[in-house]
Design a binder for this molecule. Structure first.
Ligand code: SF4
Length: 457
């Protein structure tokens, strides 16, 4: 444990304090969403520019970093488990341990008080300070804290350090102003800020030159993107027009302000995938009102009708079970609507209260854990049946799939996704192909999550 005082804020020091040779080695793990994966690429870039090296082997690292997620309880528990593991190792050989991201931002005091072996905490807007914070911790045993939220930071000039592959993602904006009552993101990532379209297009072109064939544009609510006169639909089309790209996706649009122009872009542009993630959260109006979602069940369904009128656009969603005060009947409304909607996938979570949110201040978290668990499982099981049925309906048909890489279970098989984002696995013997190629696959078998087939020659 360091007995030196907390640095608030961190003083900036010259990079020259790092050793010329044998620079510090960093092992980094990422929890949570694609935005966090993207932030990890930014952190790698910022740190490599200051002479740090990254290693995939934690035993040989001088620095252990966790880029964390604060959205759900299980993400917290996973981090605490990992921290306990490295506490012992730190005692043996003086590791520096840093916690980054949303948990660092939201639970700074709790983490500092309860886990004295954490050396550095840095929130999502403070990554430029990391090299200095870590150098101070490594060389002077200073504990460092940088959790100021910024109104301007978009890391626009930082070129993310990617691991490679044909999939790339670009954060087009940061933060969120929506303040859904259950959500901690506005407190951990701050106010909405959009990047300028020129920088985003430059990044898209650079990704293509690195071999990327599919780009996903990221934002907490992409509908809020605005830079000058450019809105998200215009940006999406401009990215999709970048030569060399095969597919463009985006996540997430908010149902409360989904613009017709965005729907038009999805329906019209040949490489914007016909799949929209449209988080419902609950189908009951009282719950939606308590959640502060800004739409009613009727308005959501009206939007769904408008989407379906445009053609075969597949929908996926997010759901919360057991939100404050949710009755059996209110839950049943959600269950029944999921049955009716037949989403391709529904990411279903048990409500867990997050510190500092509106719901934590305003409503009692009064649904017993076993009831929350029961409701969550009910929907998960229902959705499994729906996904299985939808996938089985594809048996005997041909789907276009982009080769993304080796299948998880065998390097003799390829894995890719359909335009609707369903995973497909097939034997490499069927067709030579290369990652990034679009191939036609005849579907022969299906599970709720995966299609299996053979490549048509
Ligand atoms: S739109 Fe709502 S759920 Fe999404 S990040 Fe913003 S506050 Fe959270």
């Amino acid at each position: 444990m360091s007995s030196t005082p907390l640095l608030l804020p961190t003083s900036l020091k010259p990079a020259a304090s790092l050793p010329e040779q044998g620079a510090y080695r960093v092992y980094m793990e990422t929890f949570g969403c694609q935005m966090n994966e993207y932030d990890t690429e930014l952190v790698r870039s910022i740190m490599k520019a200051r002479g740090f090296h990254f290693t995939p082997i934690d035993e040989e690292a001088d620095v252990i970093l966790f880029n964390t997620c604060a959205i759900r309880e299980n993400a917290h528990n996973r981090l605490y488990g990992h921290l306990a593991k490295y506490k012992a190792r730190k005692k043996e050989r003086g590791l520096v341990i840093g916690v980054l991201g949303c948990m660092a931002q939201n639970l700074k005091q709790e983490l500092l008080d309860s886990r004295s072996w954490i050396d550095v905490l840095a929130g999502p807007d403070a990554y430029r300070k990391l090299p200095d914070l870590l150098t101070d911790a490594l060389e002077h045993q200073h504990r460092g804290l940088a959790v100021d939220l910024s109104e301007y930071e978009t890391y626009a000039q930082i070129v993310p350090d990617r691991a490679g592959g044909i999939n790339g993602w670009i954060a087009v904006m940061r933060g969120c102003d929506n303040f859904c009552s259950f959500c901690v993101v506005p407190y951990t990532r701050g106010r909405e800020r959009s990047r300028d379209p020129e920088g985003i297009l430059e990044e898209a072109k650079r990704l293509v030159s690195q071999g990327v064939r599919q780009i996903t544009l990221l934002g907490q609510n992409v509908n809020s993107y605005r830079s000058g006169s450019c809105d998200f639909a215009q940006l999406l089309v401009a990215v999709a027009d970048v030569p060399g790209l095969q597919r463009v996706r985006f996540t997430s649009p908010h149902p409360k302000d989904f613009p017709p122009s965005l729907l038009e872009a999805v329906a019209q542009h040949p490489i914007i995938c016909n799949q929209i993630h449209l988080p419902l959260q609950s189908a009951n109006d009282r719950m939606l009102e308590r959640m502060g979602r800004g739409y009613t069940r009727r308005e959501y369904l009206k939007l769904v009708d408008a989407i379906q009128e445009k053609g075969p656009i597949v929908l996926t969603t997010d759901l919360i079970c057991g939100f404050c005060g949710e009755t059996d009947e209110e839950f049943q409304e959600t269950y029944d609507l999921v049955k009716e909607m037949k989403y391709q996938a529904a990411f279903t979570f048990k409500y867990s209260e997050r510190k500092h949110t509106i719901a934590a201040r305003k409503y009692a978290d009064d649904i017993p854990e076993e009831v929350k668990g029961f409701r969550t499982n009910e929907i998960i099981e229902l959705q499994k049946e729906i996904s299985l049925q939808k996938n089985q309906d594809l048996i005997g048909s041909q789907v276009e799939v982009m080769i993304e890489g080796n299948a998880k279970k065998s390097d003799q098989q390829w894995m890719g996704h359909t335009e609707h984002n369903v995973t497909v696995v097939w034997s490499k013997n069927d067709h030579p192909g290369l990652p990034g190629d679009l191939v036609s696959i005849s579907i022969q078998d299906a599970t709720p999550s995966t299609l299996y087939g053979t490549a048509d020659s």
